[in-house]
Design a protein around this ligand. Sequence first.
Ligand code: PMP
Length: 436
Amino acid sequence: KPAPNDLRAFWMPYTANRQFKSAPRMLVASKDMHYTAADGRQILDGTAGLWCCNAGHCRPRITEAVQNQVGELDYAPAFQMGHPLAFELANRIVDIAPDGMDHVFYTNSGSEAVDTALKIALAYHRARGDAARTRLIGRERGYHGVGFGGISVGGIVNNRRHFGTLLAGVDHMPHTHLPENVFTKGQPEHGANLADELERIVALHGAETIAAVIVEPMAGSTGVLMPPKGYLEKLRAITKKHGILLIFDEVITGFGRLGSPFAAQHFGVVPDMITCAKGLTNGVIPMGAVLATAEIYDAFMQGPEHIIELFHGYTYSGNPISCAAAIATLDTYAEEGLLTRAASLETYWQEAIHGLRDHPNVIDIRNMGLIGAVELAPIEGQPGKRAFDIFVRAFEAGILIRVTGDIIAMSPPLIISEAQIDHLIGTLGEVLKTAA
Ligand code: PMP
């Protein structure tokens, strides 16, 4: 038995004790824009936790809602029984969702939301007598969580190659990140024709075999990759033409990251389903959801027999505590105007982050809403080493950033002030200079 303080008991591929050579950096408290480190230092949160604490940390309204709910109705089964908060929350989500997204299915995470959406897509076609539509299409560099569905459609080879055959009948379109898109402010002008790759895949297999296409409207986890102007519109037109469902994975972009409640509204492109999680509960309690159109909902709600035959759902789907946290989160977003705040701060954020352009080893910068990436030239033969070194130094300097490969990503809570943007970017600038 390891000693109680043995730091090997908790492990994940990137657990802090494996990544840091010395003791792992621990976070012990949080408030608004800051974490407190174990040594008492205040760390400015440049990543909203893991792209999830959009309203900042330990917000009293959300904390109290959770505390009250735990003492009031702690759990209610989602199958056959209901509780009012699940219905109230669904309506609140529909209120801010793109027009046509009228139905909500609850999950406990982004990964579950993705697997759920893929299952809904397959069952939808079957319910309409189109059982041959079983193929799924994702994108290279797409990230859709770690469920079997999510890693199958996801485009990160390392995330799937250790796990056998996964889902059959999956294709990956190329991603839209073009090397010539350097130092792009907002959406790149060129690259929409990459959506034509979807036509190529459709022609290869036949539209009648394809169930759904899933993309992140703006890919976060693989390095903050913006869709070129017209690209999402083209994907929508092609999927519509061929009767293929389009799923937007909005686990990161949902709840205000780009200045609208959902990226679908920001880009003016409405898919058939949206997956979300993270910002839904401000990261406080695990919860995800799939939003779907009435057409999809109606395909399943054909009568009691059909519902009973088609089993899908989780013990914790729409549990009262998650619902209470989500309602208080939506209240906070509404009261503080946070779902549109990224739009009003976008120019300030953009100018600040692009101010790092001439810093050592910076080879690209891109931004949109309140998200941005600074890409570094890798050290030869040691991919990721440079950015990880910057990450460690940044933490020592009092800011939390996120690195993926040699890309630094930042997505601060939407409550960030202009002065805090200056501090975040200024500190990163200093670190970039000293680490060079
Ligand atoms: N989809 C996207 C686009 C994500 O960014 C993430 C998480 N980063 C997921 C799915 C998976 O969410 P979770 O970690 O809550 O399972």
